[in-house]
Design a protein. Structure first.
Length: 283
């Protein structure tokens, strides 16, 4: 185990610890904080707050990818995302945009985004990989098996870890073939995307296999349902409510950092940053 990453994304910070990516959902229906930051002024203010708390990157998303979520129109996604990206980048923040659409990615990059976090790994929009190559920005390639309204129908695997690693390998080849430099690509095993709760734990226990792909590894477990299930009330079985999962999220951050993760995507930036600093100092 080594809590100092061995792989980095070119052009992004390289501290002696895992990076922390602050989540900024500008959506009405995200699983954790949907609607809370939907209005641009509130979203921008929260983005500044995340930077103040120590976020290395801010990940702005205008489409909820929780199971069952409906997709917004392209126009609506742009309306939600672009004012926030412009304001934060003008203030000096490093901004990633969480989108599966090449048209949204292009506009976000033109507005100052330096990374695209594509949960579909380029499968949702065939124009995405060529766009990233043309723009020269960083790219997060995630394991994906379908849009939110159907992804939990696709949780069947014969060998979970091998199949997720293999599928990511195929997408990495596609990204490189499209002209994206290898040192600008990170990978994400896609916790919660076409995965059951138990499958998420299996993937977390096998993070070394994803580090072994030779690209920086992003882990996005923050506040997800499998943590709520783990922390369920023993008498009622009721899941721990979303906003009360941050301690468990920080625990995952420590373990992921010690497994070699390059970046932790988190809603609670301060506690996550504390966690990865402790993990790095432990080494």
């Amino acid at each position: 185990m080594n809590a100092v990453p061995t792989h980095y994304v070119a052009g992004l910070p390289r501290p002696d610890r895992a990076l922390v990516m602050g989540v900024l959902n500008v959506t009405p229906d995200s699983f954790s904080d949907g609607g809370r930051w939907l209005e641009p002024d509130r979203a921008i203010a929260h983005g500044h707050e995340l930077v103040t708390e120590g976020a290395d990157l801010i990940d702005v998303g205008g489409e909820s990818t929780r199971p069952g979520a409906a997709r917004p129109s392209v126009e609506e996604e742009l309306r939600r995302v672009l004012p926030v990206v412009r304001a934060l980048t003008r203030a000096g923040a490093l901004v990633s945009v969480d989108t599966m659409r090449a048209s949204v990615a292009r506009s976000a990059i033109e507005s100052g985004a330096i990374m695209i976090n594509d949960v579909s790994g380029g499968l949702a929009d065939p124009a995405m990989l060529p766009l990233i190559a043309e723009a020269g920005v960083a790219y997060v390639c995630m394991h994906w098996r379908g849009h939110s309204d159907q992804m939990q129908r696709h949780t069947g695997y014969d060998d979970l870890v091998a199949e997720v690693v293999g599928a990511l390998g195929v997408r990495l080849e596609a990204a490189r073939a499209a002209g994206i430099p290898a040192d600008r690509i990170a990978v994400d095993p896609g916790l919660g995307f076409a995965k059951t709760g138990d499958q998420n734990w299996i993937l977390l226990a096998a993070l070394d296999r994803f580090v072994g792909l030779g690209h920086p590894l992003l882990v996005a477990a923050s506040r997800k349902t499998f943590l709520g299930a783990l922390l369920a009330d023993p008498s009622t079985g009721e899941h721990r409510r979303t906003l009360d999962r941050d301690d468990a999220s920080a625990a995952v951050a420590v373990l992921a950092a010690r497994a070699g993760a390059w970046c932790i995507r988190a809603h609670a930036v301060r506690s996550t940053l504390d966690a990865v600093k402790v993990a790095a100092r432990w080494e």
